[in-house]
Design a protein around this ligand. Structure first.
Ligand SMILES: [Zn+2]
Length: 689
């Protein structure tokens, strides 16, 4: 920055010097007699408030001498009502351009912003010295000019456009004058002048970059959760996505080994104090407008098409085994929810996943309204018919994708703070989110840049067209690094949006259940406030969203403290979904807190990147040690992949970049997640967790 300022100062001095040079190079002309007009001072010279008669000539012209006396006589005759000037066209090329001359001889009458020609350029006869008698010129100067059509606009050198043209045309003259001033008057060497000339674009460029940096460093950060475990030696870490969906984590994260929860780290977690989220910047908080009271809503009435039965609650923890009954079948809980962003799992056909025990799939409204469009899906008969799926579906509001695509991930946010930069995210934010207002969020489609408005009402209406069994109201995504006042305002807005969403939903329920999304970041006070408000409204279930901390320690610290209150306030049991977290290392602990369903694209994503999930940790199929492993990839696994192919064959497919490798590994991982859930359910039934 200091360098920038010094360069800017140098540039300013150079420009000032140039200006002084240009000014000092001209001589102030008198308005008496015939005034020699120049490129550099033409505008100030003719700015006398009186008309001008101007002779443009070439000093090579043989008639110049005889015309000189003619115009001197005119100057005396016309003074003081009119001024007379002359322009040497051979040296004042800028004025030749400005007068739009095609030859070097012309006589002009200037009055205000209008210009009239007595004779000019190729009209050689008219401008012939013998015909330019003083009397003819005198007549033209006094009254004759009125009979000539005026030039206006850019054709007139004294019009606004003509002045602009003149400013451009005299740049070479200015540059020449500046050079002679610096070289002859200031005694600068050519090398110094050349270096100074180069410095100008460099300084301008650096200044531009500095300004951009200052601007973006003051823009807000934001993110939302979409997590997956990526433990490191120092402790468990949650990586948050998503570039394409709530639960899609980064490819790098996919390659990171997954471990079981770090008991030592958990024990070391603060017992009461909230995990500290560093505040990166100050953002003005919106006024906190309370959401509509519960009295504006009807009492919750159990649905005949949606029911949650708790079959058993562990005597050891809050873990519970249950069944969610939906119009498209049962969801056993605790249950894994596979993410089908575009109404399809990545690399895995729906029936293949169903064969591995997949019950509930999570589709993203944001992507589906952009393509193929909610109306197209509705015309197909809804998502179930469009996908030909007979099992339950859940869709989100679309808000998560709007914000997360624009803001990037928590992982990126945390890393950008470490690097001291957040330019890529800021660039995305600037490009994709146009405006967040009380009405909703205006954003640009990542597909074609189309500007769109997503409101609580339009989100629910789109989800009605999609027709999933479970839908989610629109909410705002509070940043991880934010101030308490901003977080509180964001929570209030989310509550207002969810209330509007619920009203829209209740006006046309169809056979859909709606889950509220509990927000409040890492603030227990705000989380409790969110729980208290949302459980007072007639929602069918609850999801836990918003910022859940930077790592698994934060996550467990928060869930351990809010889940009891959520269960207590909801009264009759309702399902609880954890948005975007379903990694094998986190799920067992979350189940113990009484969480029921978990969505993540983690299993399919790591599968696409050559990793199989196992109880012993991730298995990197590409490793050379599996080249001759002619055995089932995972002993005891009953999935299609492990029942059909050897580990050596999968290793070969991955090494050969065969697309089917992604499919086979993802199938195993979906099976693994569902098998893990089944095992957890049995452990709960046995009161083991
Ligand atoms: Zn398998």
């Amino acid at each position: 920055m200091t360098c920038c300022l010094l360069l800017q100062l140098g540039c300013c001095l150079l420009v000032l010097g140039s200006a002084l040079a240009a000014r000092s190079s001209g001589r102030k002309a008198t308005v008496t007699g015939v005034v020699a007009l120049t490129d550099l001072e033409f505008d100030s010279q003719v700015d006398t408030g009186k008309p001008w008669l101007i002779n443009i000539y070439s000093h090579y012209c043989p008639v110049t001498q005889e015309l000189e006396s003619t115009f001197e006589g005119l100057a005396e005759a016309l003074h003081p009502d009119m001024s007379v000037g002359k322009i040497d066209g051979t040296s004042q090329s800028g004025l030749i351009t400005r007068f739009q001359m095609k030859g070097f001889h012309g006589v002009y009458h200037l009055n205000g912003t209008e210009t009239r020609a007595f004779c000019e350029g190729r009209d050689a006869n008219a401008c012939e010295g013998k015909t330019l008698s003083q009397q003819k010129l005198l007549n033209f100067a006094k009254e004759g000019w009125k009979a000539v059509p005026p030039r206006t606009g850019c054709a007139s050198p004294v019009s606004r456009c003509g002045r602009a043209v003149g400013n451009v045309a005299k740049l070479p003259a200015k540059a020449k004058a500046t050079y002679f001033f610096l070289h002859d008057v200031r005694q600068f060497s050519d090398l110094t002048i050349f270096a100074g000339l180069l410095a100008v674009p460099v300084v301008v460029g650096l200044s531009f970059i500095c300004l951009l940096d200052m601007y973006y460093s003051r823009r807000p950060l934001a993110h939302r959760q979409c997590r997956l475990a990526a433990p490191k030696s120092a402790g468990p870490t949650l990586l948050r996505c998503c570039s394409t969906s709530r639960a899609e984590a980064s490819a790098d994260a996919a390659a990171t080994p997954v471990q079981q929860p770090d008991a030592a780290a958990l024990a070391a977690a603060p017992s009461a104090a909230a995990p500290a989220a560093p505040v990166r910047k100050r953002r003005k908080a919106d006024p906190v407008t309370p959401p509509p009271p519960a009295s504006e809503f009807p009492q919750y009435v159990p649905r005949d098409f949606f029911r949650f039965d708790v079959l058993h609650t562990s005597k050891k923890s809050g873990a519970r085994v249950g069944r969610i009954h939906t119009p498209h079948g049962v969801i056993d809980t605790p249950g894994f929810v596979a993410v089908a962003t575009n109404a399809a799992l990545k690399a895995v056909d729906g029936p293949w996943a169903d064969a591995e025990g997949q019950q509930l799939m999570f589709c993203n409204t944001y992507h589906l309204i952009l393509h193929p469009g909610a109306d197209v899906v509705a015309a197909a008969g809804g998502l179930h018919a469009f996908m030909n799926r007979q099992r339950p579906l859940i869709t989100d509001s679309g808000g998560f994708q709007v914000f997360s695509l624009a803001y990037g991930t928590v992982h990126e946010e945390v890393n950008s703070l470490k690097r001291g930069s957040g330019k890529s995210r800021h660039k995305q934010e600037h490009n994709l989110v146009a405006k967040v207002s009380e009405e909703g969020v205006t954003f640009r489609s990542y597909r074609d840049g189309t500007k769109m408005l997503l409101t609580p009402e339009s989100s629910v209406e789109a989800q009605k067209q999609l027709g999933a069994d479970i839908i989610i109201p629109l909410d705002e995504l509070p940043p991880y690094h934010t101030e308490p006042a901003v977080l509180e305002a964001s929570l209030a807005k989310s509550h207002r949006w969810m209330a509007r969403s619920l009203k829209t939903h209740l006006s046309d329920v169809r056979q859909q259940a709606m889950y509220a999304v509990v927000h409040g970041g890492l603030s227990l006070e705000l989380r409790h406030k969110s729980i208290d408000y949302l459980t007072s409204l007639p929602f069918d279930g609850f999801a836990v969203g918003g910022s859940l901390g930077k790592d698994r320690v934060d996550l467990f610290w928060l869930l351990e403290r809010i889940m009891p209150r959520l269960h207590e306030r909801m009264g009759a049991p309702k399902p609880v979904h954890i948005l975007g977290i379903a990694d094998p290392a986190s799920v067992p602990q979350l189940v113990a807190y009484g969480c029921d369903t978990f969505d993540s694209c983690y299993p399919t994503r790591v599968g696409r990147h050559g990793t199989m999930l196992t109880k012993e940790g991730p298995l990197r199929v590409i490793s050379g040690k599996y080249k001759t492993a002619f055995r089932p990839p995972v002993e005891g696994c009953t999935c299609h992949t492990c029942s059909t192919h050897s580990l050596a064959y999968l290793h070969h497919l991955v090494k050969a970049h065969e697309p089917v490798a992604a499919t086979l590994l993802a199938i195993h991982n979906v099976h693994f997640m569902n098998a893990q859930m089944a095992e957890l359910r049995q452990q709960i039934l046995n009161d083991e967790i």
